[in-house]
Design a protein around this ligand. Structure first.
Ligand code: G6P
Ligand code: MG
Length: 219
């Protein structure tokens, strides 16, 4: 039996969600926009461009395209400054155990991320070679909750959606998996991710027998 395991990146594999938040906060505070950690949930899984629009909406600010472009560059530069010294220590607890187990069981593994920084992050953390396909912000036109990113990943792996399992920390990503008729697994808090089929606080809570059951499931 072969399944396809599709991983979101930020907040699932690596602890970069906090850096996205800090970088956006810098832009928001410069614009005098009150942007809380709760507001930040709306930005998880959402593209850079759309994220800025959401923040500007929060502050009721209308801006020119020129200003927006400037802030998008600033945000990314700030974000990248946090990644300079990134290495495998930034991989979230329990992730390597699951990746290794999937490899041992010869399952297909994909990345499905909205980020345009996905490849350098996988390289820096030394796990690029685990992925049979990488679909990121450079490959998609429709952002999560549109299932496009995961559908492309499944297609690249020659897998039907019903045989795909998605790990996500964002509400938009869980919705994308559900809309795509894939099995959704939320990584984070139940109160946020309740739309997921399964929810775990983090990967250390995911047992190999749980994964084995997913592999063995007939759909
Ligand atoms: C992920 C993150 C978002 C981020 C998006 C784009 O989905 O969860 O917070 O905005 O990627 O990332 P990028 O690295 O291209 O700015
Ligand atoms: Mg994420």
């Amino acid at each position: 039996n072969k399944k396809a395991f599709l991983f979101d990146l930020d907040g699932v594999i690596v602890d970069t969600a906090k850096y996205h938040y800090l970088a956006w906060q810098k832009i928001a505070s410069k614009l005098n926009i009150n942007f809380t950690i709760k507001d930040n949930e709306l930005l998880k899984g959402v593209s850079r461009v759309r994220s800025l629009d959401i923040i500007l909406e929060l502050g009721n600010i209308k801006a020119s395209q020129e200003d927006k472009n400037k802030w998008l560059i600033e945000k990314n530069e700030e974000y990248l400054s946090y990644l300079v010294n990134m290495d495998k220590n930034e991989i979230l607890p329990g992730v390597m155990k699951v990746l290794d187990f999937l490899k041992e069981k010869q399952q297909l593994i994909a990345l499905g991320s909205a980020s345009k920084n996905a490849r350098p992050i996988l390289e820096k953390t030394g796990i690029l070679h685990y992925f049979d396909t990488i679909v990121d912000g450079n490959d998609v036109t429709n952002a999560k909750p549109d299932p496009e990113v995961f559908l492309i990943a499944a297609k690249n792996l020659n897998t039907e959606a019903k045989n795909a399992i998605v790990f996500e920390d964002s509400v938009a990503g869980i919705q994308a998996a559900n809309i795509g008729k894939m099995t959704s697994i939320g990584i984070g808090e139940t109160k946020t991710l309740h739309e997921a089929k399964y929810i775990f606080e983090n990967f250390t809570q995911i047992s190999t027998s749980f994964i084995e059951n997913l592999i063995g499931e007939k759909n």
